[in-house]
Ligand binder design. Structure first.
Ligand code: LMR
Length: 400
């Protein structure tokens, strides 16, 4: 029956973890997937999460189904984190929201909703480059995916002029995806001033902004600063949609905690939109998982835990920054050809190193170091124990 089914390629990001797991060398390093690791290279369960779990456990909760759109204490708090406590659409009760199966699920619900109901376009523009899963998610949601310029190879920075030109050349009312902060894979974000310019062009062309916010807190260690783009766009009157993930900032990866929200015109429109979100979710998975949403809700709604969580996010962000400094210093000290300043200036979980595909292949084969083929490294995989080995191996492959 399945003789005509072709073998698919490994996933460009998660496939790297499979290759890493199969490697038996003790020096091996996984810099593929964006998952935080502590100073000893171990997965990190946040203390705020452990405490929230104790609180939940002590209440002896049941395992009943959640409503289709999820746990209300969670979704309410999630949109407050994204849009801000003083957000006008939140105060006006016009934000439709559903819990989602982390960021991927949120994007998928968003893609499906736009595919079904956005009347003006069926094409979504994503930055070049973007997270490897964006294209398949939106394609499978029934949208056509195109790209706009984002990364400038020459300056290893943002191609603001190219980005704005591409926005201006899009058909009016096109859907445009923006990474709210900590752009994946490049680690390059627009500055607040640049976001303001982008917002103006979006307004001029009446484009429809879709924000993917998977790393709130990871750019600056500050939730509000990282939400600047979303909040500015909303303040400018854009009716945005936002996907959120709590995988990275709460370390809830496998618990799959996320949210998808839509700014509607008024409470009545919000209610209609939310009723359709339910109709999209029900045939996919009926209702979302319980445990992770309870954890996130407990942290977001408890001032003490929230503060502890904030501190832990700052700690993760700072450890990554210290690794950037060490990697930069090492590569320069080793006389590694090329300019490496971008390693320090990029932000968030990743560094877009500029290593070529043959170089990344050589690192895997000769040094047991695994990263995605585009030369992206998850900085969180580096620590005091492996950074010197990593730097020496990179220096060697660059020298050829
Ligand atoms: C990544 O880009 O590494 C993360 O977003 C994890 C994933 O699912 O790809």
């Amino acid at each position: 029956t399945w003789s005509a089914v072709p073998a698919g390629p490994p996933d460009p990001i998660l496939g790297v973890t499979e290759a890493f797991k199969a490697d038996k060398d003790s020096r091996k390093i996984n810099l593929g997937v964006g998952a935080y690791r502590d100073e000893n290279g171990k997965p990190y369960v946040l203390n705020s999460v452990k405490k929230a779990e104790q609180i939940i456990e002590s209440g002896q909760p049941d395992k009943e189904y959640l409503p289709i759109t999820g746990l209300a204490e969670f979704t309410k708090a999630a949109v407050k984190l994204a849009y801000g406590g003083d957000s006008a659409p939140l105060a006006g009760n016009s934000v439709a929201v559903t819990q989602a199966i982390s960021g991927t699920g949120a994007l998928r619900i968003g893609g499906a909703f736009l595919g079904r109901f956005y009347p003006h376009a069926k094409t979504i523009y994503i930055p070049s480059p973007s997270w490897g899963n964006h294209t398949p998610i939106f394609r499978d949601s029934g949208l056509e995916v195109k790209q706009y310029r984002y990364f400038d190879k020459k300056t290893v920075g943002l191609d603001l002029a190219g980005l704005k030109e591409d926005l201006k050349n899009m058909p009016e009312k096109s859907i445009v995806l923006f990474h709210a902060c900590a752009h994946n894979p490049t680690g390059i974000d627009p500055t607040p001033e640049q976001w303001k310019e982008i917002s103006e062009v979006v307004k001029e062309k009446q484009l429809f902004p879709f924000f993917d916010m998977a790393y709130q807190g990871f750019s600056s260690g500050d939730f509000s600063r990282d939400a600047f783009a979303v909040r500015h766009f909303v303040a400018q009157g854009h009716q945005v949609v936002v996907s959120q993930s709590f995988a990275k900032n709460m370390g809830l990866y496998g618990e799959r905690v996320g949210a998808f929200s839509i700014v509607a015109a008024d409470p009545e429109e919000k209610a209609r939109v939310e009723s359709q979100l339910k109709i999209i979710v029900r045939p996919m998975y009926s209702n979302p998982p319980l445990h992770g949403a309870r954890i996130a809700a407990t942290i977001l709604n408890n001032q003490k835990l929230y503060q502890e969580w904030e501190g832990e996010v700052k700690h993760m962000a700072n450890r990554i920054i210290s690794m950037r400094d060490r990697l930069y210093n090492n590569l320069v000290a080793l006389g590694t050809p090329s300019e490496w300043g971008h390693i320090k200036s990029q932000i968030g979980m990743f560094s877009y190193t500029g290593l070529s595909q043959p170089q990344t292949k050589a690192l895997a084969e000769k040094a047991h170091i695994y990263l995605t083929a585009d030369g992206r490294i998850s900085m969180a995989g580096l620590n005091g124990h492996n950074i010197d080995y990593f730097s020496e191996c990179v220096s060697k492959v660059v020298k050829g």
